[in-house]
Ligand binder design. Structure first.
Ligand code: NAD
Length: 280
């Protein structure tokens, strides 16, 4: 079975648009882009396009690549206190002279729709997520849409980054999977992977998960965005793994569209929570 992220994302965006329309309020997402990286500019543009589709207002803070950490922090603080802004998204990576963790920690946790603030990561690990990071949240939506059994399953997450691997493991654990986190120092990835009913790969290594590493019938979720000979591909050798796996996401068209759909869900949630807490 090929898991169709585009189809599920379209469905979720439709749902957010209906919720926004019915709520009678227009949530607002502010994006912060520092520099001119073409990939980052493309992602920010896609996020603004998604906002338009679901009737969320989006505003841009595009800033030059030469800014210091302090200058970025001033912008974040002004967005934190701007009552018309519900969600703040800082497009990563930031230029090398900017301290990324200081910037993330400066975002008001209740506006942190990417879910990277330590408060939100803490809530996630405590089992009471507020804003789950968008990529892992989108993967959970895909698993649920395709009725994939999570409870009691063995899950292997390859990658331990703060945006994908770690929150992914927390969400799977929260849903009663037995979770292993593999990373670059894992001794025998093949051995770990062979036992997994659900594999989530977020290593950024082109086509490095091969058919012989995957348990027959396993669900394989490919987060990787890599380029090989100028062609976009995932971490998984899709053409061969698809014959062994029970279900698999393609790249493109798998996890990617879900990340943006989840961002819209988080922004809507941020707006609703702020609206409710602002009620006298
Ligand atoms: P990262 O570089 O921060 O983390 C990569 C992780 O892979 C590290 O934790 C590292 O320990 C692990 N790793 C490296 N080699 C390994 C190996 N041989 N075995 C096991 N683990 C290994 O990257 P990231 O931000 O987590 O992103 C990972 C990939 O996912 C990238 O290709 C990125 O572009 C992609 N990504 C896609 C989306 C999406 O929406 N589709 C979102 C975020 C990231």
């Amino acid at each position: 079975m090929i898991i169709d992220g585009r189809m599920v994302a379209a469905k979720r965006l439709d749902l957010v648009r209906k919720q926004v329309d019915e709520s009678g309020c227009r949530p607002c997402l502010a994006t912060v882009l520092v520099g001119e990286d073409p990939g980052s500019k493309m992602y920010v543009r896609m996020k603004h396009e998604a906002c338009e589709k679901v009737h969320i207002i989006s505003i841009k803070a595009d800033m030059p690549a030469t800014l210091t950490t302090e200058e970025v922090l001033i912008k974040i603080r002004s967005l934190n206190t701007d009552p018309s802004v519900d969600g703040i998204l800082v497009q990563l990576p930031l230029p090398p002279q900017v301290d990324t963790s200081r910037v993330i920690q400066a975002i008001a946790p209740e506006k942190d729709v990417d879910g990277f603030h330590p408060c939100n990561i803490g809530l996630l690990y405590a089992g009471t997520p507020r804003f789950a990071p968008c990529t892992p949240k989108g993967i959970m939506t895909l698993l649920d849409e395709y009725h994939i059994e999570i409870r009691g399953s063995r899950a292997l997450v390859a990658g331990r980054s703060i945006d994908v691997g770690r929150p992914m493991a927390a969400l799977l654990l929260h849903r009663d999977a037995t979770v292993t986190i593999a990373h670059s120092k894992t001794r025998d990835l093949r051995e770990e992977m062979k036992r997994a009913d659900i594999v989530v790969s977020a290593t950024g290594k082109a086509r490095f998960i091969t058919a012989d590493m995957v348990k027959p019938g396993a669900v394989v979720i490919d987060v990787g965005i890599n380029y090989l000979d100028g062609k976009l591909c995932g971490d998984v050798d899709f053409d061969h793994v698809k014959d062994v796996a029970g279900a698999i996401t393609p790249v493109p068209g798998g996890v990617g569209p879900m990340t943006i759909a989840s961002l819209m869900e988080n922004t809507y949630k941020a707006a609703m929570e702020r609206l409710c807490t602002n009620v006298p």
